[in-house]
Design a protein around this ligand. Structure first.
Ligand code: UPG
Length: 467
C-alpha cells in the first residue's frame, strides 16, 4: 500500500490493511510511508499505528529519497504535492525491490497521487495494481468522466454554469468543482493520475452502496471501468493514531463535554489543514456568540508561507491572541476553543448536537457513523463536491456556505450573521434531520457485518487479489 503521507489518507489505508489480514491469513501488508518535511507529525503518527498491530502482518517501510523540492520552490499548490511524490519514485521503487527478497508481492495499491510509482513498481514486480480511492463515489465518478482535455470554458468561471456527471443526479455548478480542475497545470497533473485509475485491476472505494446508490451504480454499471469494490466506511474508530497531544488536554475537553446537556454543543472542526485568516476567525467567533449555542471549536493558526502545511497546534493559550478581545471571558461557560480535538471521540459524545465541517470525506464518514448532522462549510480539494452531495443530492446536511474557498483561492468571508443562522439551522432543524442520520449510521454498521454489502465486497476483492 502506498498512501499519500497525510493524516486524511494513512488511517483508512491502515484500517483497511487490518481488515484484509483479518479476512485471510494468506496475506500480509506492507505500508510504504513516504517521509515528508511538509507534515512532520505523520512520522510519530505512523509509529503509533505500527505499535498497535502485529508487525508480522502489517509492516511499515519508511522511505525518503533525495531531490525533495524545497518549499520555496512552490509555484502552484496544485502541482507541488504530485511533484514531491514523483520525486520520491525511485526511492520507493528501490525500497520495495529490496524487500521483495523477503516476501512475494501479489499486488500494489496506489492512492490518488501515487499511481505513477505504483505503476512502475507493479510492472517491475509483475504484480497487478489497484487503487484505494479515499473519497466518495460521486467524486471518483466525476474524475473518471471528466474530459481528457482541460476545459477553459469551465475554468473561466461562468458563475451560473453547470455540468453533468453520471455520478450526480443534479447538474453540478462549476463553482463546486475542485480548484485543481480549474487550473490548467493542476488539471494536467491530476489527469495523468486519473488516466492510470482506468488501467488498474480494481478500485477500492471508501464508501458504501447504501449511502451513494446513484454514484455507485454509475461506476459499477460502466463496463469500460475497472471493477469497483465498495469497502467503506473504513474508519480508525479506536483512534490508534496518536498525534502527540497530551492526554491531559484531551481529558479537559472530555470532562467539559460530560458536563453539558445532551445534543447541546455544536462542534466546529475543519480537518487537518483547514485554517482561516484573522478576519474570518473574528466572524466565526461573533457568529458563535450570537447563536447562543454551546460550542467546541477546533481552530488552527494559518501556517506562514514556508511552514509545513499541516500546522497542528495544541494549546488554547497559543490561540487566544487571534480571537476577538474579551471573547474567551464572555464564552467561558458556553464554549471551548482548542487547537486539536479527538474528533471521533467528540462525535461519539452525547453532548454533541451538530457538526460544522469542512466535509473532508473521513469527517463525513465519521459523522454518519455517529449520526451527528453536518452543516457543510467546504474549504478546498474535493470538499465542495462532497458537500454538494450531502446537501443537494442526499438532502442530509444543511448548508453553511457551499461555495466557500479557503483563503488564497478567493477572498470570500462568511459573515457572523450567516454563521449564526447556519448554526441555528443546524442545531434546530438539524434535529429533524437526525432521524435520517441515524438511518445512515445503522446502514453503515450493517454494511460491515458478515453478509453486509461492504463486507462481501471486501471478500470479493480478496479473492480477486489472491487469484
Ligand atoms: N481529526 C481529528 N481532530 C482534529 C482534526 C482532524 O481527530 O482536530 C481527524 C478526523 O477525525 C479525521 C481526519 O483527522 O479522521 C481528517 O480527515 P478528513 O476529514 O478527511 O479531512 P482532511 O484531513 O482535510 O483530508 C484530506 C482532504 C479531504 C479528503 C480527505 C480524504 O483535505 O478533502 O476528503 O483527505 O481523501
Amino acid at each position: 500500500m502506498i498512501p499519500i503521507p497525510a493524516i486524511g489518507h494513512l488511517p483508512p489505508v491502515f484500517e483497511f490493511s487490518k481488515r484484509l489480514i483479518s479476512q485471510t491469513n494468506r496475506l500480509s501488508v506492507t505500508i510504504v510511508l513516504i517521509r515528508t518535511p511538509f507534515a512532520p507529525e505523520i512520522e510519530s503518527f505512523s509509529d503509533s499505528l505500527a505499535a498497535s498491530c502485529d508487525p508480522d502482518r502489517i509492516k511499515f517501510i519508511r522511505v525518503s529519497g533525495p531531490n525533495i523540492p524545497p518549499l520555496e520552490s512552490i509555484k502552484s499548490a496544485h502541482t507541488f504535492f504530485p511533484q514531491f511524490l514523483d520525486s520520491q519514485k525511485d526511492a520507493v521503487r528501490e525500497a520495495l525491490l529490496a524487500d521483495r527478497a523477503k516476501q512475494m508481492v501479489v499486488g500494489v495499491v496506489a492512492d490518488i497521487l501515487t499511481t505513477a510509482v505504483v505503476e512502475e513498481v507493479g510492472r517491475e514486480l509483475e504484480a497487478p495494481t489497484y487503487l484505494f480511492f479515499p473519497s466518495c463515489g460521486a467524486v471518483l465518478s466525476m474524475l473518471l468522466s471528466f474530459p481528457a482535455e482541460f476545459q477553459p470554458t469551465v475554468a473561466a468561471g461562468d458563475p451560473d454554469g453547470e455540468i453533468f456527471f453520471p455520478g450526480f443526479v443534479n447538474h453540478v455548478p462549476h463553482r463546486m468543482l475542485p480548484a485543481t480542475i480549474l487550473d490548467e497545470e493542476g488539471y494536467a497533473a491530476l489527469n495523468e493520475h486519473v488516466g492510470r485509475f482506468r488501467e488498474v485491476k480494481g478500485i477500492l472505494l471508501n464508501s458504501y452502496e447504501e449511502l451513494e446508490a446513484h454514484a455507485v451504480e454509475s461506476l459499477v454499471g460502466n463496463s469500460l471501468l475497472p471493477p469497483v469494490f465498495c469497502v467503506g466506511p473504513v474508519l480508525d474508530l479506536k483512534g490508534q493514531g496518536k498525534l502527540g497531544k497530551t492526554s491531559s488536554s484531551i481529558e479537559k475537553i472530555m470532562t467539559w463535554l460530560d458536563d453539558q446537556p445532551d445534543s447541546s454543543v455544536v462542534f466546529l472542526c475543519f480537518g487537518t489543514m483547514g485554517t482561516f485568516g484573522e478576519d474570518q476567525v473574528r466572524e466565526i467567533a461573533y457568529g458563535l456568540e450570537q447563536s447562543g449555542h454551546r460550542f467546541l471549536w477546533v481552530l488552527r493558526r494559518p501556517p506562514s508561507d514556508h511552514e509545513p502545511k499541516s500546522n497542528i497546534s495544541t494549546d488554547y493559550d497559543d490561540l487566544i491572541d487571534i480571537l476577538p478581545e474579551g471573547f474567551s471571558d464572555r464564552t467561558v461557560e458556553a464554549g471551548r476553543v482548542v487547537g486539536w480535538a479527538p474528533q471521533k471521540a467528540i462525535l461519539a459524545h452525547k453532548a454533541i448536537g451538530g457538526f460544522v465541517s469542512h466535509c473532508g470525506w473521513n469527517s463525513i464518514l465519521e459523522s454518519l457513523w455517529f449520526a451527528v448532522p453536518i452543516a457543510a462549510w467546504p474549504m478546498y480539494a474535493e470538499q465542495q463536491l462532497n458537500a454538494f452531495q450531502l446537501v443537494v443530492e442526499l438532502e442530509l446536511a444543511t448548508e453553511m456556505k457551499l461555495s466557500y474557498r479557503m483563503k488564497g483561492e478567493n477572498d470570500m468571508i462568511v459573515s457572523a450573521s450567516e454563521i449564526e443562522r447556519g448554526i441555528r439551522r443546524l442545531m434546530e432543524e438539524g434535529m429533524e434531520k437526525r432521524v435520517k442520520w441515524e438511518e445512515m449510521s445503522e446502514m453503515a454498521r450493517k454494511t460491515l457485518m458478515v453478509s453486509g454489502s461492504s463486507f462481501s465486497s471486501t471478500g470479493r476483492f480478496v479473492r480477486d487479489f489472491l487469484g
